[in-house]
Design a protein around this ligand. Structure first.
Ligand SMILES: [Zn+2]
Ligand SMILES: [Zn+2]
Length: 398
């Protein structure tokens, strides 16, 4: 029978430190890329079943959903499970055993922490009525052949059905262990890629007037693109237009017939996002007035992830009550993208960042030396577990 109480959620979580560390290190040693998280999903499903949690597997290809309790309301907690194509440089006993694959974004910790949340909630004798749903999602870092990420696939398979609120955490390698960042509003940006071909007419380098130089055209459109951020978007709105690759030409004395460019667009609000698409089109239109032409394809990525005020306020109150308000540090929204955004489009939700920087050196996410201070895991667990309970209470009171 469940025997623990919410009043001791942090103490109980701290007693799970060894177990959390062990699970995280096991996942760290066996990282799997997006939509290939078979071993991870098997581990998750087995541990959930051991806790008495009802389990669905194969949700969103390799995702796992756990259900604890039933009826309404439903509060979902999400963790991502995928690793990255990076060669680990850390010399630790639990380093990746899969060549070229590494948990360099902390998704091993997210998975271990959510398993801990499931266990902690399953042991509570005063867990509020309703369902706590555990979403273990594949492929946050990438897409399948149809350009769909793990969250998109899980949503298609119904993981968000009936969900009243959804929460998640992300480890933060740039802030001190145990500090928490969570604010109302946008947490991460909308992200779109673009590919453009600037079409001119090739000629001999000595006779430029006989062709239409696409490199010259590119230079003009590049200037116009820089003007989108500086002259066209409302200065108080976040936006980025970055060209990431430029390819054209093959010799010193030949003017090529085209230049291929790719880049990324970032924004928060949907109207700013669509404004960037239109402005990019206009900037490329400069090619036409100078006698050339262009083709543009925009590949839509993740939308901006919005932290709902009502959910943020609950998380902030939980952090203050459990570890003290001084652990809450100011968060500036950043232009990275997160596919958790698809979940918060369906139900009010929020993601918080929890500090895992336990040493002086920088170990940035997506780098070969990324690592986390595992002492942060019980704190993240306790915040997620208690927030889930408070949201269940708040949603059933309505
Ligand atoms: Zn990442
Ligand atoms: Zn991540």
């Amino acid at each position: 029978m469940p025997s623990l109480t919410r009043a001791h959620v942090l103490e109980n979580a701290r007693q799970m430190q060894d177990e959390l560390t062990q699970t995280r290190r096991d996942l760290h040693m066996h990282p799997e890329l997006g939509f290939q998280e078979h071993r991870t999903a098997d581990t998750v499903a087995r541990l959930l079943r051991d806790m008495g949690v009802r389990v669905e597997t194969g949700v969103g290809i390799t995702g796992v959903v756990g259900h604890l309790g039933e009826g309404n309301p439903v509060v979902a907690i999400r963790a991502d499970m995928d690793a990255l194509p990076i060669v680990e440089a850390n010399e630790v006993p639990y380093a990746s055993q899969t060549p070229g694959v590494m948990h360099a974004c902390g998704h091993d910790a997210h998975t271990a922490v959510l398993l801990g949340v499931a266990k902690a909630l399953s042991q509570l004798k005063d867990r509020p009525a309703g369902e706590a749903r555990f979403l273990f999602q594949p492929s946050e870092e990438g897409w399948d052949a149809e350009l769909k990420s793990g969250a998109m696939r899980m949503i298609e398979d119904g993981c968000m059905k009936g969900v009243d609120a959804v929460i998640a955490l992300h480890v933060a390698a740039d802030i001190e262990t145990g500090k928490v960042e969570v604010e109302r509003g946008y947490f991460s940006a909308a992200e779109d890629s673009f590919r453009a071909t600037i079409l001119g007419a090739g000629s001999h380098g000595a006779y430029p007037h006989k062709g239409v130089d696409p490199i010259f055209l590119f230079a003009q459109t590049f200037n116009a693109m820089q003007g989108i951020r500086s002259r066209r978007v409302n200065p108080v709105r976040g936006a980025v237009v970055s060209v990431g690759s430029v390819h054209g030409g093959s010799a010193t004395n030949i003017i090529p017939d085209k230049v291929e460019i790719t880049g990324t667009l970032r924004s928060f609000e949907d109207d700013t996002r669509q404004f960037l698409w239109r402005e990019l089109e206009k900037a490329l239109g400069v090619c036409r007035s100078l006698g050339g032409d262009y083709q543009l394809a925009i590949e839509k990525g993740y939308p901006g992830q919005f932290n709902a005020p009502e959910v943020v306020d609950v998380i902030r109150a939980v952090v203050s009550d459990l570890v003290g308000a001084d652990k809450l540090v100011k968060f500036d929204p950043q232009m990275g993208a997160e596919d958790f955004a698809y979940m918060t489009e369906i139900a009010p939700g929020a993601m918080f960042r929890i500090g895992v920087k336990g040493w002086d050196m920088e170990r940035p996410a997506h780098s070969p030396t990324f690592n986390i201070d595992e002492k942060a895991m019980p704190v993240g667990l306790a915040i997620l577990a208690e927030t889930t309970c408070r949201l269940l209470e708040a949603k059933s009171a309505k």
